[in-house]
Write a protein that binds this ligand. Structure first.
Ligand SMILES: Cc1ncc(COP(=O)(O)O)c(C=O)c1O
Length: 338
């Protein structure tokens, strides 16, 4: 039996039972095709297979590489690339091989690329307030007409309210999500098609306007979403080893250092946490320095919670599914890269 104590650190460890509870809870709220789980958060086809086992036939991807990997893994029933891309020949090749691939478009250029690359189905991506991709709502209908004129099938619209996901005030998150989705529904009236796709973990409990929810982080979770109170369990930790301990000296309080640094953590949402063990002071390339809550010794293992799951996972080659200190399975993070 492989134990977590045998693992080289830093290492991603996923609590099997918390993961399963998260997948089940989201599937209860958004059953079957009403959830299109986003794989960008975990980039792992083995985990996507677990989500498929909860009854979700389709998936959301952020990169062409993710779409390719999902198709190769036998999960190509209905893949949405919820992102603008121009290198569409790679997607057309997957369609030719029997995968169903739908791509987001928000410009004449991305429509032309989809048609030229052999993709047959698109969603019109609508800007609902996040300054990123998406066409202005009033222009969505004309873009849909242009796509149909190029022989593409327009399945509907998508609009991602990413700027609202982690608003701590639930009432405000709900109110602003309603306004964002009003923009999306207005565009949908002009575009047509069956699908209104959007949402994420932070709005999954309040967005009642989409026909399919694109949540991804809920499976593994991070401290930023926990702080926003979205109600899923922390399934993923970065397992680290305490490599140095310094007792209090004069004015300087005692501290400890573990081997989970910037190069093992996505840091754009702030410092990680080490619940129950201490307060994080700061991270450097290969280190996290923390003020311990109690005695710590060199060689001890610590469980570090990243503040942002997606960029954390993308830094690691594998994740270990664990129960207690037993390693049940090791999964390659096989959707990394572009
Ligand atoms: C287009 C799109 N949809 C859905 C999501 C899923 O969000 P989350 O991981 O917060 O559930 C993201 C994440 O950034 C996204 O970019």
């Amino acid at each position: 039996v492989l134990r977590t104590t045998d693992l080289t650190t830093p290492a991603l460890v996923v609590d099997a039972d918390v993961l399963e509870a998260n997948l089940a809870a989201m599937a209860r709220r958004w059953p079957s095709a009403t959830l299109r789980p986003h794989v960008k958060a975990h980039k792992t086809t083995a985990l996507a297979h677990r989500q498929a086992a909860h009854g979700h036939p389709g998936f959301t991807c952020a990169t062409i590489r993710e779409v390719e990997g999902m198709a190769v893994a036998g999960l190509g029933t209905d893949l949405l690339l919820a992102n603008e891309v121009l290198d569409t020949r790679r997607l057309g090749a997957l369609v030719e091989d029997g995968a169903r691939v739908t791509v987001a478009v928000d410009s004449p250029e991305t429509v032309a690329a989809a048609a030229d690359g052999g993709v047959r189905e698109v969603l019109v991506d609508v800007n609902v307030g996040l300054p990123r991709c998406g066409i202005a709502p009033a222009e969505a209908g004309a873009l849909a007409d242009a796509a149909r004129a190029r022989g593409l099938s327009v399945r509907g619209v998508m609009g991602y309210e990413g700027h609202l996901q982690a608003l701590p005030d639930l009432a405000e998150r709900t109110r602003l999500t309603e306004s964002a989705m009003a923009l999306l529904l207005a565009a949908h009236a002009d575009v047509g098609g069956e699908i209104v796709s959007g949402g994420g973990t932070g709005t999954s409990a309040v967005n009642t306007w989409v026909t399919e929810m694109q949540a991804g982080s809920y499976a593994l979770m991070d401290s930023a979403y926990t702080a926003a109170g979205v109600g899923y369990g922390q399934a993923l930790h970065v397992l680290g080893t305490v490599v140095s301990v310094s007792p209090p000296r004069g004015e300087m309080p005692g501290y400890a250092v573990a081997d989970v640094g910037l190069k093992a953590l996505g840091m754009d949402h702030g410092n990680p946490t080490i619940p129950g063990r201490g307060q994080v002071w700061f991270c450097s390339d290969e280190h996290v320095t923390f003020g311990p809550d109690g005695p710590v010794r060199v060689g001890e293992r610590v469980l570090v919670v990243p503040a942002h799951i997606d960029p954390t996972v993308a830094l690691h080659e594998r994740m270990h599914l664990v129960r207690g200190d037993e390693v049940l399975e090791t999964w390659p993070v096989d959707l990394r890269g572009w």
